[in-house]
Ligand binder design. Structure first.
Ligand code: FEO
Length: 441
């Protein structure tokens, strides 16, 4: 920001409520790219991301897990947006329970919270909708706007009565007075009721979970975050969006039909250059799988580890990328991220009490949840007095639609012949990966 100048909000609603806030304004012309920060403490910072579209979200710096299994090394944020028209005001999405006070304090920097007319719920999950009861209790004339399924879920989760709710369908709009909200149904991103809200005049698309990143940051805009952002966005994609690849593709087609200038999700940074994240999603959802093999394993006494070393070397010798993950220490988010575009996955597990090691069994449950496109695999491992892990894993993988190219179980410490068999299995998988041109239609 350069050349700080003081000016006041021009919107009549704002002057009506008596605010006279000092802004810092950069010297660019007023368009989407302007970063106008209402100068308050960081804790109650409000940012105008487009004219009269205000970020009133919060950072959750300390959260370390989402849905009780997704690691959040950088925390997350719950972005809510206040859109102020000449006649009406809408709040799009709210915040996780516990952050309602901060949300309302932020809203109060722009309008009186009691004057909110519409609370738009793009998604019913509590990290965005958990603040709805408090907001509706504060803004007693406000209506909740959501898809038909969303209204139903708002009743179940938040006790919103039907008379406080307005159901919208694809293409419906609400005129705020000089500001139009258009609603686009975008189901299963990441629950069935999800939708997008488009601020039509400025083409600001509010996508809630879609295009999000689990990242708390004082950098609100993607362009200020640096190259690490897409790595985090890919992890988020793997865990939140990949289960719904078909719906991601449909949503991408819908977005392609718009002329979006700003993508403002409800987790992580806002994209003032939407092409960047759209291209990444196109690649993750529709791009070809890569010549890389994920090798997820556990070893208790070094025997499955020895097989893993032979497998890694054999895959690499074929010119295919081998990515081993020891699941005792691996971050499941990294594994999920590599499964977005890996062409094969190998599972190594010792037999433990007649079945696979619990950490590998758990990883298969993660796979069931995140539904990667990869459907080529193999299984290997060691045992002490009786096998069984390989057969169990093979059946489990086949039930998820995998082609299992082979299983290998070795008793005790692998000998030369065992290591050659492991290398042979890995070589066969790597060669099939190389021969395959794998695209999701
Ligand atoms: Fe960010 Fe599906 O909630």
């Amino acid at each position: 920001m350069n050349s700080p100048t003081n000016h006041c909000l021009k919107n009549p609603l704002l002057s009506n409520v008596g605010f006279n806030l000092a802004f810092h304004k950069n010297n660019k012309p007023i368009d989407y790219n302007i970063l106008t920060v209402i100068e308050l403490t960081d804790l109650v910072k409000v940012v105008e991301v487009a004219p009269e579209v205000f970020w009133v979200g919060v950072n959750d710096w300390n959260r370390r897990v989402f849905d009780s299994f997704i690691p959040l090394p950088y925390g997350t944020s719950y972005n809510a947006y206040l859109i102020v028209g000449n006649e009406h005001t809408a709040l799009v999405d709210t915040v996780n329970p516990g952050f309602e006070d901060l949300l309302l304090r932020k809203v109060s920097r722009v309008v009186k919270p009691e004057t909110i007319d519409y609370v738009v719920m793009n998604h019913a999950e509590p990290d965005h909708a958990g603040g709805i009861p408090r907001v509706l209790a504060t803004a007693q004339n406000a209506k909740l706007v959501a898809t038909r399924r969303g209204i139903e879920m708002a009743g179940v989760y938040y006790g919103v009565p039907p008379e406080r709710a307005v159901a919208v369908k694809d293409g419906d709009s609400i005129d705020l007075g000089g500001k139009t909200l258009r609603f686009l149904e975008a189901p299963w991103l990441h629950w069935p009721e999800t939708m997008f809200t488009l601020q039509a005049e400025r083409q600001v698309l509010l996508t809630c979970d879609f295009f999000g990143t689990h990242m708390a940051s004082d950098r609100l805009f993607a362009e200020d975050v640096g190259d690490g952002l897409l790595k985090e966005a890919k992890k988020y994609y793997a865990e939140i969006m990949m289960p719904f690849t078909l719906f991601v593709q449909r949503a991408l087609d819908k977005v392609a039909g718009l002329d979006v200038k700003v993508i403002a999700p409800s987790h992580g940074p806002i994209y003032r250059d939407p092409k960047r994240i759209i291209a990444a999603y196109e690649e993750w959802a529709r791009g070809p799988l890569k010549p890389k093999v994920v090798i997820a394993y556990v070893s208790m006494w070094g025997n499955t580890e020895a097989l893993t070393q032979a497998i890694v070397e054999a895959v690499a010798a074929e010119g295919v990328e081998a990515i081993p993950y020891n699941m005792v220490v691996a971050d499941v988010a990294h594994v999920a991220s590599d499964l977005v575009d890996a062409a094969a996955v190998l599972f190594g597990s010792p037999t433990l009490i007649g079945g696979p090691h619990p950490l590998i069994a758990s990883l298969l449950e993660v796979l069931r949840c995140i539904r990667p496109r990869v459907k080529l695999g193999a299984v290997y491992g060691s045992y002490g007095w009786g096998g069984g892990a390989a057969a169990h894993l093979k059946n489990r993988l086949q039930s998820m639609g995998f082609e299992v190219m082979g299983t290998l179980e070795v008793r005790g410490k692998p000998g030369k012949e065992d290591l050659e068999k492991a290398a042979g299995l890995a070589q066969a998988v790597a060669r099939k990966v190389k021969e395959s041109v794998i695209k999701i239609k």
